[in-house]
Design a protein around this ligand. Structure first.
Ligand code: AMP
Length: 312
């Protein structure tokens, strides 16, 4: 059996308004976006909880994509609910309402047969839950990888708990505003350096439509976003970036600075599909052939050859 990437994160119902439309109580959540994205590269298993109001058929859809949902509990009560809106520049989400609901009392339990999985993604959710899942996993085997994502909501309320998860982390994925908030540094370079010093091996800073920066002891590296004519809803872009990033690294077998760069390019490509549809619509029917086609286009787009002037 191929090893799963175990992902813990929110499974949500989202009500989203952007300048281009709205969606009411659509399925979302950090683990849903990230597992859909990762599933193009590697088998994935979600650990999470849903309430009685969660559409049952959706889990079956995930299963059809090879996503294991044995670790998703269904509890009486309401599913995690998030209401957000974006203004005209659709860069930052404004959270209008966050109801943890069944996540409030959730006690995650990783099925025994998944505990030895090589890769773990602690997607955006309460860092206390992220830690519980981390502790249940067997120590990462060589070549294994743990990554973490978080957001302003948890930085405000549980910064210390996030800090405890950083030492030894393979990658931290965080957006530009959040890394400034977390470190108190305005310079992204200084902020990333501060986190590398805490023992994070790679810091990935997401900058929305301006792309992404990766920082490690090897140096730094930047990619633009894929230029989209019709970006309609950025919800889940960060989560899908992270899922594809993890998925590619897990499938490549080797974590090197080179594979990290390629993983960031796949993250960029997959998140561009997410942004082009409302909720999970941009991802749910996406085909691997479309991903590969856009990946090749993207590589062409960023390809840079220095023009040497010979003889002046
Ligand atoms: P992203 O746009 O990638 O940053 O993530 C959007 C997703 O994050 C939405 O589907 C929300 O349900 C989910 N989300 C919003 N707030 C939280 C929170 N406090 N904890 C976990 N997930 C959240």
């Amino acid at each position: 059996m191929k090893e799963h990437i175990v992902i813990v994160g929110s499974v949500a119902l989202d009500s989203i308004t952007t300048p281009f439309g709205k969606i009411n109580r659509g399925v979302g959540g950090s683990s849903v976006y990230s597992s859909l994205a990762a599933s193009f590269f590697s088998p994935v298993a979600i650990i999470g909880v849903v309430g009685a109001d969660f559409p049952g058929g959706f889990l079956a859809k995930l299963n059809k994509k090879g996503i294991n949902t044995d670790g998703i509990k269904r509890e009486p009560g309401k599913t995690f609910f998030w209401r957000g809106k974006y203004s005209w520049d659709i860069s930052t989400a404004i959270s209008l309402d966050t109801q943890l609901n069944v996540f409030e009392k959730f006690d995650p339990s990783v099925p025994e047969y998944l505990r030895a999985s090589k890769h773990l993604f602690l997607a955006n959710i309460d860092p206390v839950l992220q830690k519980k899942v981390l502790k249940q996993m067997k120590p990462r085997k060589s070549g294994g990888f743990t990554a973490l994502d978080t957001m302003n909501f948890w930085i405000e309320s549980k910064k210390k708990h996030i800090g405890a998860l950083l030492p030894g982390l393979g990658a931290l994925l965080i957006n530009e505003a959040e890394i400034r908030q977390y470190t108190g540094e305005h310079s992204i370079i200084k902020a990333a350096r501060q986190l590398l010093k805490k023992g994070v091996k790679t810091v990935v800073v997401k900058k929305g439509e301006y792309g992404v920066g990766c920082f490690s002891q090897k140096g730094m590296f930047f990619l633009p976003a894929y230029p989209l004519e019709d970006a309609v809803d950025p919800t889940g872009a960060g989560d899908s970036f992270a899922g594809a990033f993890m998925g590619y690294l897990a499938s490549s077998g080797k974590i090197t600075w080179k594979s990290i760069k390629k993983a960031a390019a796949y993250g960029t490509v997959i998140s561009s599909f997410t942004v082009s549809g409302f909720g999970v619509n941009g991802l749910i029917d996406l085909k691997k052939s479309d991903v590969d086609k856009r990946y090749r286009e993207f590589v062409e787009l960023v390809h840079f050859e220095e023009v040497r002037r010979i003889g002046g």
